[in-house]
Structures are given as C-alpha cells and as structure tokens.
Design a protein around this ligand. Sequence first.
Ligand code: Z5A
Length: 207
Amino acid sequence: MLNSLFITLEGIEGVGKTTAVETVASTMISIGKDVLITREPGGTSIGEQVREILLSRKNECITPTTELLLLLAARNQHLQEVVIPALELGKCVICDRYIDATFAYQGAGRKLGDALVSQANALIPDLAMPDLTILLDATPELGLKRVEMRGLSDRFEIESNTFFEDVRGCYLRRASEQPQRILLVDASRTLGEVTAEIKNHLMDKFL
Ligand code: Z5A
C-alpha cells in the first residue's frame, strides 16, 4: 500500500472531531494526496444502518456486548468495502473515529475491558492500524456544551459525566502508551489554535 495513509480522529463528543476532519482533508489535499473521508460507525450502507441502531434512543436495551458486536460488524464491512480498497489505491483515508473509540467507549465506558475489546477486534481479518491518530482532548463539560445547541441527544450523549470521564481517561492512557501514533491535541483552545496545530503537525510529518 505504497503512499497510502490512514488517519483517524478521536475524542469524546463535541471536542471538534468532525471539524478537524475538514482541516486534515484540506491539508492533505494541499500536499497532493488523494483523500477519502469516512466515519465509524458508518461509511457503508450496512454501517450507516448499524449506526442508526446504535445511536437511537429507542434502543436503550442494547447490552454492552451487543453494542461491541454491532460496532465490529460495521467495522469489518467498512474495512473490506471502503478502507482497504482505498488504501490499496494509495489514497489517504481520513476516518472520524475508529479502533481507539472501541477501547475508550466499550472497554472503559461500558466496562468490558481492554482484553475483550482486543479479542473482538482480532476477529476482523486485515484490521488496518492508523498511521496517525489525532486525539482531541477536552473535558466532558466543554464537549457537551459545544454540542448542546444541536438539541436532541443520541443514545451515547445521554450518558453520565462519569461515563465520559472513563472514556476520556482511556483515550489519554492510550495516547501516553502510543505517542508514536497518537497526537494529543488540547481541544479546549480556540478553533484557530487547534486547526494550526493539526496543520503544522501534518506538514512536518508528511510533506
Ligand atoms: N462509538 C463507540 O462507542 N465505539 C466505537 O468503536 C465507535 C463509535 C467507532 C457516534 O460518534 C458514537 O459512536 C459516539 C461513540 C460511538 N458517541 N457519541 N456521542 P460521532 O463521532 O458521530 O458522535 P460525536 O462524538 O457525538 O460527534 P459530534 O457530537 O459531532 O462531535 P465532534 O465531531 O467531536 O464535534 P464537532 O461537530 O466538530 O464540533 C462540535 C461544535 O463545536 C461545532 O459547532 C463546532 O463548530 C464547535 N467547535 C469545534 N472545535 C471548536 C473549538 N476549538 N472551539 C470552539 N468551538 C469548536
């Protein structure tokens, strides 16, 4: 997969991942990369249907293990149908959430643990690992404040502050364990500051 790049964006809700995807895409296009933007759960017809199930508040009875299995079913489809073919064509794939979210939300938030999340991910053939993960970090209070203007909350957004603290704690632990892959960005700063840091890092690393 010569020249291909796999970049993922992570963080708790409202920290600015979706906004940062655009920054990453425009920067990579400016240095000549052919970019594909996608997301998890989602990115395929099956994945988007699974996303609807997972986010709907009608489905509050979903158990943590069912949640994990649905996410991984969507991931397998996404990898086989979208991510791997794009990487084989030498593209730069930019994905809004991926494997670190499963450790953070299901492993830590839902308390299934790292070992079970690793075992479940190991069922996926050709599990691609990101070349770079940008972790946007801010407190749950700040993240939720940024998205509350949107109105209706989904099945994750109604979780407690403790849940999001656990999710955030897991993300921060993974960033300290894998500094080569995970860039930790303080997302509590202004949008201009966050955007500049991401752009500079990409230019230094890939230009
Ligand atoms: N999930 C999971 O549990 N396990 C998994 O393995 C995977 C996913 C893959 C859907 O994710 C759910 O899937 C997610 C976890 C679960 N749970 N939730 N909730 P999602 O990514 O679609 O949902 P999200 O995290 O809620 O995304 P979001 O709410 O759209 O947040 P965001 O993308 O991080 O933020 P944003 O839309 O870019 O920005 C929010 C607002 O803040 C917006 O108005 C921006 O203009 C503004 N903003 C952004 N940056 C700044 C700064 N720096 N200053 C001021 N304002 C800013």
